[in-house]
Design a protein around this ligand. Structure first.
Ligand SMILES: Cc1cc2nc3c(=O)[nH]c(=O)nc-3n(C[C@H](O)[C@H](O)[C@H](O)COP(=O)(O)O)c2cc1C
Length: 180
């Protein structure tokens, strides 16, 4: 896809088909994360790629609002090591580093016709227990990955109404010329 088309086509997908995701597409997506920039190039990220159905179900139970995750084919659990990144002006750069890598994942997936949805609603302690993630590592987000279902399920439609889907503030509400 052209870059502009990828940006415009991307949306949060909450209904997935059972279709298998090809290894070369998964690799492309992960390689896109690997190439992301990071604080002092420390690359503090780690990703757990969960395909096991039982583990996916267990992960879906760590969130009240994201139960629909139980039906996704893959969940990428994106983690960061705060000790490998920096803290400046009160900003924890491990969150920024992992988030940039995740956005690369989102855009690479869109380019390959795959769906994703950034998931911040989960119980970190439970996720870490399920996956055996070390104490000092933080879980930044869960990211389902798979082919979008042809028909959107109930929760997808509800979420789009609640969050107003792709509605965005206009540029004049967010841009300041020269000074605030
Ligand atoms: C940090 C972050 C956390 C989010 N957490 C959730 C979540 O827990 N569950 C969910 O269904 N969507 C979640 N989303 C998706 C947003 O609701 C979605 O991006 C927003 O409504 C805009 O819709 P769009 O992605 O379709 O353009 C999250 C997005 C971000 C960036």
């Amino acid at each position: 896809m052209e870059f502009e088309s990828v940006i415009k086509a991307r949306e949060s997908i909450r209904s997935y088909s059972n279709k298998n995701v090809e290894d070369d597409k998964i690799n492309f997506v992960l390689e896109s994360a690997r190439l992301a920039p990071s604080w002092r190039n420390r690359q503090c990220w780690q990703f757990v790629i969960v395909k096991d159905k039982k583990i996916i179900k267990d992960l879906s139970k760590t969130s009240i609002i994201n139960h629909w995750l139980k039906k996704v084919p893959i969940i990428i659990v994106a983690c960061g090591d705060p000790k490998q990144s920096g803290l400046r002006n009160g900003i924890n750069y491990f969150i920024v580093d992992v988030s940039i890598a995740l956005e690369n994942i989102v855009l690479a997936a869109t380019d390959k016709g795959l769906g994703t949805c950034w998931i911040g609603g989960f119980n970190e302690k439970k996720v870490k227990e399920i996956l055996g993630i070390p104490e000092h590592i933080r879980v930044v987000a869960l990211m389902p990955l798979g082919y979008p279902a042809e028909k959107k399920r109930f929760f997808e439609n509800l979420a789009k109404i609640v969050t107003q889907g792709k509605k965005r503030k206009s540029l004049d509400k967010i841009i300041h010329d020269d000074k605030w």
